[in-house]
Design a protein around this ligand. Structure first.
Ligand SMILES: Cc1cc2nc3c(=O)[nH]c(=O)nc-3n(C[C@H](O)[C@H](O)[C@H](O)COP(=O)(O)OP(=O)(O)OC[C@H]3O[C@@H](n4cnc5c(N)ncnc54)[C@H](O)[C@@H]3O)c2cc1C
Ligand SMILES: *[C@@H]1O[C@H](CO)[C@@H](O)[C@H](O)[C@H]1NC(C)=O
Ligand SMILES: *[C@@H]1O[C@H](CO)[C@@H](O)[C@H](O)[C@H]1NC(C)=O
Length: 609
C-alpha cells in the first residue's frame, strides 16, 4: 500500500471519511485538523507527466491505459455500429487530468430547475457561489479594443478570486482578429464578453483552466491536493481500486456504510470509516460501485449473482451526454494554426518556446466557443416539431422497454423542461467550438495536422440531449467494464439538431469576414443534401465527454439515487459527490459543475462530520 501523503499511516487511525477519488471534498474537509480523510484512487499520481501538464499536449494521454479508462460503448445501428469510446481520466484528479480545460458555465435557469425537480438549495445562486469558490480568475492581458473584438471582458463580480483552480483565457490568436465572432454576430449570435453570470448566449474567447503564470493545466490534483499533501489528516492511496462498499443494517431499515474494500496489486484490503463514505468515481463508475455493493435494480443485481441490499432502480439509468459533429475548412496561409506543428522543425521550435512559456503549446487550439438558442439555427416548424418529440415514446422502442416506472416518471418531468427550453431564446440548446486545426475530434487533435495547408474547424453539439442511455454492470467482477449504452440519436431530435448545426456552420463559412479567409470547406465536402447530412451525422457523431445523470439527485419516486444532501436513498451515511448526480445534462462543459458539486458537497458534510 503506497501512501503518497506524509502523515500518520492509515493503520493508526480510522478515517472519519473514506472517499473514492473526490479530491475537492478531501481538501475542504481536512482544512481543520479534526477530520481524518482517506482517499482511494484506482489510478496513479501523474505529477510530472508533461502530457497532463502542458496545455498543448492535451489529447496525448487519450487511450493510454495508465491514464484513461477508455471504456467501450455498446454499438448501435443508427451510429453505423461504430465502436465508440467513452474516455475517462484515470489517476489523481480523474477526468480533470485528461480534459480539454474549457472552463465555462451553464445558464442560470437550468440550475434553478434542479431545485424545481425536488432539490431544495440547488439553485443558480448557490451553485454559482460554489463555482466561484473553486477558482481564481486571471484576466487576459489585452488592450480594450482587442478584448472587445475577441469577446472577452470579465466582470470581476462573476468570478472567484481565492479558489484553487486557475482560470485564464485561450491565447491562440492571430492578426486575423475574431473573424468568426463578427460572422456569428451577423447570423444573430452576438458576442458575450462574460458568459459566467448565468446568461450564456453568445460567442466568447474560451476561458480555460490553465495557469497563466506557469502555462500549465490547473486541475484537481495540483490545485486541490498538492498544496495540502502535507496535512497529517489527509491520507491518499493511489493504485487502490475500490471493489465494493461495506454496508451493514442500521436503524429503521436503513443501511450504514462502514468502509470499503479495495484491491491494490492483486491484494484485497479493507478500510473502515467511523462516519461517512463518499463515492466520487464519476458517471460511469459511481453506479458501477453501487451495483457491485448491492445497491441498484434488484433484477440486474440478481442476474449477476449479487445480493440486493437496497433495491434502487434509478442506479445507472438516465445516462445523458453531449455529442457533436464537425465541419472544417481550409483557410488562408497567413493564419497561424496548429497545422504548423506537423513540420518537426516547427514543432521543435515550439517545444523550445514552451520552456520560455511561449508558443503554441502554452494554450490549446480551441479558442472560441458560442452558445445558441434553438431559434438561432432552427426554423419555427423545427421547434414546434421538436416539442412534440420531447417524450419517452419518441425514442427507439427498445430504449425504454425495461426502464423502471419510477425512472420514467422522472424522465417525463425532464421532457417537460426540454419542451420549454427548446422554445426559449435565453436557453442554450447548442454549443460551438472553433479550433485552428483541421479536425477538432478526439483523434483529429493529434493526427490531422497538415504540413502545407492551414485549417479551421468548427464543432457543433447539442447541449440538452433528448436521448437517454444507461450504464450497468455486465459482471460481478469489479475489473470488467460496465455495459455503457449511450444510445446517441435514438430520439430523432438530437439528429435533427446536429443536421441544423452543420447547416449553420456552412452558413458561417460563407459569411463575411469568415468567407474572406476560407479557401474551401472540405469536411464534409461539396453541397450535401439533408439526407447526406443525416448519413454524415450517423457516421461521425462523437462524444464531447460530459456524461451525467446515472446517480440522479431527484426524489426516489422519480428514479432518484441521491437526495438533495447527496445521500444515497436507503442509507444513512453513503453519499455520491460527482457529476453523476446531475439529473439533467447542463448546457456547457461539465468541469465547473464537478468542482461546484464537490465544494457544495463539502459544505453539506461540514454540517455533519
Ligand atoms: C477527454 C475529455 C475532455 C473533456 N474536456 C472538458 C473540457 O474541456 N471542459 C470541461 O469542463 N469538461 C471537460 N471534460 C469533462 C470533465 O473533465 C468531467 O465532467 C469531470 O472531470 C467529471 O468529474 P467527476 O468527479 O464526476 O469524475 P472523474 O473526473 O471522471 O473522476 C472519477 C475518478 O474516480 C476514479 N475511479 C473510478 N472508479 C474507481 C474505483 N472503482 N476505485 C477507485 N477509483 C475509481 C477514476 O480513476 C477517476 O479519478 C472532459 C472529459 C474528458 C474525458
Ligand atoms: C482564434 O485563432 C485563430 C487562429 O489563430 C484566429 O484566426 C482567430 O481570430 C482567433 N479567435 C479569437 C477569438 O481570438
Ligand atoms: C458483457 O459480457 C459478455 C459475456 O462475458 C461479453 O460477451 C460482452 O462483450 C460484454 N459486454 C460489454 C459491453 O462489455
Amino acid at each position: 500500500m503506497r501512501i503518497i501523503s506524509r502523515g500518520v499511516p492509515a493503520i493508526y487511525r480510522t478515517p472519519s471519511l473514506i472517499i473514492m477519488a473526490g479530491l475537492v471534498v478531501a481538501a475542504r474537509l481536512t482544512e481543520g485538523p479534526t477530520c481524518v480523510v482517506g482517499v482511494l484512487e484506482a489510478g496513479q499520481y501523474h505529477k510530472d507527466d508533461p502530457n497532463v501538464n502542458v496545455p498543448g499536449f492535451l489529447s496525448r494521454n487519450m487511450g493510454n491505459p495508465e491514464r484513461d479508462w477508455a471504456f467501450s460503448v455498446v454499438p448501435r445501428e443508427i451510429t453505423k455500429n461504430r465502436k465508440l469510446v467513452q474516455n475517462r481520466g484515470k489517476g489523481l484528479g480523474g477526468s480533470s487530468s485528461l480534459n480539454f480545460m474549457v472552463s465555462v458555465r451553464p445558464t442560470g435557469k437550468e440550475i434553478d430547475a434542479l431545485e424545481g425537480l425536488g432539490n431544495p438549495g440547488w439553485n443558480w445562486e448557490s451553485v454559482w457561489k460554489y463555482m466561484r469558490k473553486s477558482e481564481h480568475l486571471q484576466p487576459p492581458d489585452l488592450t480594450k479594443e482587442d478584448a472587445e473584438s475577441r469577446g472577452v471582458a470579465p466582470n470581476a463580480a462573476f468570478h472567484g478570486t481565492e479558489g484553487p483552480i486557475a482560470k485564464s483565457f485561450a491565447t491562440m490568436m492571430s492578426h486575423t482578429h475574431s473573424v468568426f465572432m463578427d460572422a456569428l454576430e451577423k447570423l444573430g449570435v452576438p458576442r458575450n464578453p462574460d458568459a459566467g453570470g448565468g446568461n450564456t448566449i453568445g460567442s466568447l474567447l474560451v476561458p480555460v483552466s490553465i495557469d497563466k503564470g506557469t502555462k500549465t493545466r490547473s486541475y484537481a490534483a495540483n490545485a486541490y491536493y498538492a498544496p495540502n499533501a502535507q496535512r497529517p489528516n489527509l491520507l491518499v492511496f493511489t493504485g487502490a481500486h475500490v471493489t465494493k462498499i461495506i454496508l451493514e443494517p442500521s436503524r429503521q431499515g436503513l443501511h450504514r456504510a462502514i468502509g470499503a474494500e479495495f484491491v491494490e496489486n492483486g491484494q484485497t484490503h479493507v478500510v473502515h470509516s467511523s462516519k461517512e463514505v463518499i463515492l466520487s468515481c464519476g458517471s460511469i463508475q459511481s453506479p458501477q460501485v453501487l451495483e457491485l455493493s448491492g445497491i441498484g435494480n434488484k433484477d440486474i443485481l440478481e442476474r449477476h449473482g449479487i445480493n440486493c441490499v437496497i433495491d434502487l432502480p434509478g442506479v445507472g439509468e438516465n445516462l445523458q451526454d453531449h455529442a457533436g459533429v464537425g465541419a472544417s475548412a481550409e483557410v488562408d496561409m497567413s493564419i497561424e494554426t496548429y497545422d504548423k506543428l506537423h513540420d518537426p522543425a516547427v514543432a521543435n521550435e515550439h517545444l523550445e518556446l514552451y520552456k520560455q512559456k511561449k508558443g503554441l503549446f502554452t494554450s490549446m487550439p480551441v479558442n472560441f466557443t458560442a452558445f445558441a438558442p434553438a431559434s438561432a439555427f432552427a426554423s419555427k416548424e423545427d421547434i414546434e416539431k421538436w416539442k412534440t418529440l420531447a417524450r419517452l415514446e419518441a425514442s427507439s422502442p427498445d430504449v425504454f422497454a425495461h426502464t423502471p416506472e419510477s425512472v420514467k416518471r422522472g424522465l417525463r418531468k425532464q421532457y417537460d423542461l426540454l419542451r420549454q427550453w427548446v422554445d426559449d431564446p435565453t436557453a442554450a440548446m447548442a454549443q460551438f467550438f472553433g479550433a485552428a486545426m483541421l479536425n477538432l475530434s478526439p483523434t483529429g487533435l493529434t493526427a490531422d495536422f497538415s504540413p502545407t495547408k492551414r485549417h479551421f474547424s468548427l464543432r457543433g453539439l447539442y447541449t440538452h440531449p433528448f436521448s437517454r442511455g444507461s450504464v450497468h454492470i455486465n459482471s460481478s467482477s469489479p475489473f470488467e467494464q460496465p455495459t455503457i449504452k449511450q444510445n446517441y440519436l435514438t430520439n430523432p431530435v438530437d439528429e435533427e439538431i446536429l443536421i441544423r448545426l452543420l447547416q449553420f456552420c456552412f452558413k458561417l463559412y460563407e459569411t463575411s469576414p469568415v468567407k474572406e479567409v476560407v479557401v474551401e470547406r472540405i469536411i464534409p465536402p461539396g453541397e450535401p443534401t439533408e439526407d447526406d447530412l443525416k448519413e454524415y451525422v450517423r457516421e461521425t457523431v462523437e462524444t464531447i465527454w460530459h456524461p451525467v445523470g446515472t446517480c440522479a439527485m431527484t426524489p426516489k419516486d422519480d428514479g432518484g439515487v441521491v437526495d438533495h444532501k447527496l445521500l444515497v436513498y436507503g442509507t444513512e451515511n453513503l453519499r455520491v459527490i460527482d457529476c453523476s448526480i446531475l439529473p439533467l445534462e447542463v448546457s456547457c462543459n461539465t468541469q465547473t459543475l464537478a468542482y461546484a458539486i464537490g465544494e457544495k458537497g463539502a459544505d453539506i458534510l461540514k454540517g455533519i462530520v
